[in-house]
Write a protein that binds this ligand. Structure first.
Ligand code: HDE
Length: 714
């Protein structure tokens, strides 16, 4: 009942693409097999060790027990030093047309007939492998394109800027945001003294802190967040000419977020919330889709902006340089084994193919060192590119030899170039763009350790972000700063951050100060430039789809089953995922003769796990729900979180019981209302078409921000 059917226009699960074919021999299916040791020797007993007599000591010669335990002892590898918690999926990327060929020789971006296999890993940054998904954090969005010319990795985030400008500060930043070293508290939280102390001492963080305090840090789904390459990269065309580029991923479902109270509760109710969402969407054929877009800047315009293109704490506003669509990525297949694939996938910013190159962004330059380096400790040696998920579909032919876990059996005497004994192979020949050739940028200068003057405006774009937010987004940002700084014990640190906020915007600083017990600045530190970029507001995102939105339909014995089923079917018809919840699991007796099966018991779930709630009609059912604290809280909490809530007939009374105030509710027979995302109808068991239409449109808008929820206790 909860599994929507695959969309007919979808391209299928990529079961036979070149990457999948390559993975096939590595897959192990244990169906109809017999138990063996690692050496392939069959054993019939694995419950008891070999001992001397029934109660005597275990024998060293029990190779099976020793092998089993030894393997177990070595099952863990170091988790990623950042981005430890993640979830991954396979899919493909296909360009729309060839327009980008004027700028890049990378065929996977320009040949519309090419469908390139991909593996994507989404992640949080600060938490450990076992931490909750829904924490306030940046999300990683790393894509490995298995192109015919070798692997290209776009290792991005869901925010377009970064905390620091130079990679040498990365260890400092990560040490500050991770749990504090003396007691390893707090886990996966930025709300603690060391992070904010770092921020106060390093004002280049301010722009990114605005993003981190915004709703972008609380994505509803990995399928509903943007991705950004962050750095300015370089495209190089077949003639060797360069163009600066910023990469953008845009989710087709729009950019939607949770609210803070909700995220904290989900962290307990379902710590795997985002991971599960991705998995379930793919399993049910609701394949996540993202459009790749580029912002292009000719090299002649390198200095045309009031910020430095090499500074990763800056965006290029979309209104200044439009994002031009390139192609679409669809994720169609869950991995077979989390460890083998999602844990062992190794991304590297320096995995580039002909047509894509670097710039001198000092953050990018450091990353180009760090990612290869980290895989050596994480995956235990230099042969990690041979792990199935990491292997390119392009042939790998070189003289790199030996090392831990070498899987290839290289033949022949020669393992050096140049050689004559091996026929001169592998031959280092070819011309760009057949071979990768580093972009020939002219560079000269003195060796210095100094930040460029052009990197020193840390506030203007933080102001741009603030100016671009809708009122509700600003309220959330202020609340987030208050929450985070409110957890900081050192008042001097709180005060110092407020001084930086005053550089961003006086009203912001004043509002934050008012909530954290430090004096507000008397006057602005600098005038607000007044510029904004509408593309930055999530309220301007796509709001035309309810695909895969989860809706709880609350019922109990005595429900109007016919009407409830109509609503469920109608929601499913729109691509949403309705689930019937009752006080107890199993069969629900209907007052109208059509019994329903509950998908789940209400107390095993929570409203925070749904995008909307419907209370079905039926006087007896509603009475039972009103007497069930879980059910009443369920509705109240959904209202609190500004979610679409709907009720039919007697169900409307449950909204009143749950504390809905100041909203127009259907008061008498034949009335249908839709106010602030609350849809109600009293129509004696008939489900008016408008009831469903209004509910669907409220779900597509995601939240009814106009609803005043301050006084609702939930
Ligand atoms: Fe990373 N980052 N990073 N990072 N990063 C890693 O690589 C690093 C930065 C990002 O799903 C590590 O394999 C440095 C920016 C993602 O496997 C490590 C600097 C952006 C992932 C590393 C940065 C990212 C990582 C840890 C500053 C967005 C997860 C394990 C110079 C554009 C990839 C690993 C996955 C992971 C280093 C900054 C994104 C240690 C030194 C900026 C999505 O190599």
């Amino acid at each position: 009942m909860t599994t929507p059917s695959p969309r007919p226009d979808n391209a299928g699960p990529d079961r036979d693409d070149p990457k999948d074919q390559q993975l096939e021999p590595a897959r192990v299916d244990l169906t109809d097999t017999r138990l063996t040791t690692q050496q392939g020797v069959r054993v019939d007993h694995t419950d008891d060790s070999v001992t001397v007599g029934e109660r005597g000591p275990t024998l060293l010669e029990d190779f099976h027990a020793r092998e089993k335990i030894t393997h177990f002892d070595h099952e863990r590898i170091p988790e990623r030093v950042v981005h430890a918690r993640g979830a991954g999926a396979y899919g493909h990327f296909q360009p729309y047309d060839d327009w980008l060929a004027e700028y890049t020789a990378a065929r996977f971006l320009t040949d519309p007939a090419r469908r390139t296999p991909v593996f994507v890993r989404f992640s949080t940054v600060a938490g450990s492998r076992g931490s909750a998904d829904t924490v306030r954090d940046v999300r990683g969005f790393a894509t490995k394109f298995y192109t015919d010319e070798g692997n290209y990795d776009l290792v991005g985030n869901n925010m377009p800027v970064f905390f620091i400008q130079d990679g040498i500060k990365f260890p400092d930043f990560v040490h500050a945001v991770k749990p504090e070293p003396h007691n390893e508290i707090p886990q996966a939280q930025s709300a603690h003294d060391t992070l904010w102390d770092f921020v106060a001492m390093q004002p280049e963080t301010m722009h990114m802190m605005m993003w981190l305090m915004s709703d972008r840090a609380l994505p509803r789904s990995y399928r509903m967040m943007q991705g950004f390459g962050v750095h300015t990269f370089r495209l190089v065309n077949a003639r060797g000419q360069g163009t600066f580029v910023k990469f953008h991923w845009k989710p087709l479902l729009g950019v939607h977020s949770l609210v803070w109270d909700e995220t904290q509760k989900i962290a307990g109710k379902d710590p795997d919330y985002n991971r599960r969402d991705l998995w379930e969407a793919i399993e049910s054929g609701q394949y996540p889709e993202y459009e790749l877009g580029v912002q292009l800047v000719p090299e002649s315009d390198e200095f045309a902006f009031d910020f430095d293109l090499l500074d990763a704490t800056k965006i290029i506003p979309e209104e200044q340089v439009p994002v031009r669509p390139v192609g679409r990525m669809t994720l169609t297949r869950n991995p077979d084994n989390f460890f083998a694939e999602t844990e062992q996938v190794a991304f590297h910013t320096a995995n580039v193919v002909p047509g894509i190159d670097f710039t001198n962004d000092p953050l990018l330059q450091a990353r180009n060192f760090s990612y290869l380096d980290t895989q050596l400790i994480r995956l235990g040696g230099p042969n990690f590119a041979q792990i199935p998920v990491n292997r390119p579909v392009a042939p790998v032919t070189n003289n790199q030899r030996d090392g831990y876990h070498q899987h290839a059996i290289h033949q022949g005497r020669t393992s050096y170039v140049k050689n004559s004994l091996g026929g001169g192979c592998p031959a280092a020949t070819g011309e760009f763009p057949e071979v990768f050739s580093h972009y020939q940028e002219k560079v000269e200068g003195h060796k210095i350790r100094r930040r460029s003057e052009s990197f020193k405006d840390h506030y203007s774009q933080a102001t741009l972000f603030w100016n671009s937010m809708a009122d509700v987004e600003r309220d959330h940002i202020v609340a987030a700063f208050r929450f985070e700084l409110g957890k900081v014990g050192e008042r001097a640190v709180r005060q110092a951050v407020v001084e930086h906020l005053n550089q961003v915007d006086h009203e912001l600083a004043t509002r934050v100060a008012a909530g954290i017990g430090v004096p507000a600045p008397d006057q602005p530190a600098r005038p607000n430039h007044g510029r904004s970029s509408p593309a930055l507001s999530q309220l301007n995102t796509a709001m035309d789809s309810v695909l895969s939105r989860k809706v709880a339909v609350l019922v109990a014995d005595g429900v109007d089953g016919t009407a409830a089923r109509k609503v469920v079917d109608a929601l499913r018809g729109h691509g949403a995922v309705p689930e019937v919840l009752a006080p107890t699991d199993g069969q629900v007796r209907s007052a109208t003769g059509e019994d329903l099966m509950a998908d789940r018991a209400i107390n095993t779930m929570a409203s925070v796990l749904y995008d909307g709630v419907v209370v079905a009609g039926g006087a007896e059912s509603v009475q039972a729900l009103a007497a069930d604290g879980y059910a009443v809280h369920f509705v109240a909490e959904a209202v609190k979180h500004a979610k679409p809530v709907a009720a039919l007939d007697a169900g409307v009374d449950l909204l009143t019981t749950a504390g809905v105030r100041g909203v127009d509710l259907a008061a008498g027979d034949g009335v249908l209302t839709c106010d602030q995302g609350v849809v109600t109808a009293r129509t004696n068991g008939v489900v008016p078409p408008d009831f469903v239409t209004e509910l669907v449109s409220a779900l597509a808008r995601h939240r009814a921000w106009e609803r005043d929820t301050a006084a609702i206790p939930a």
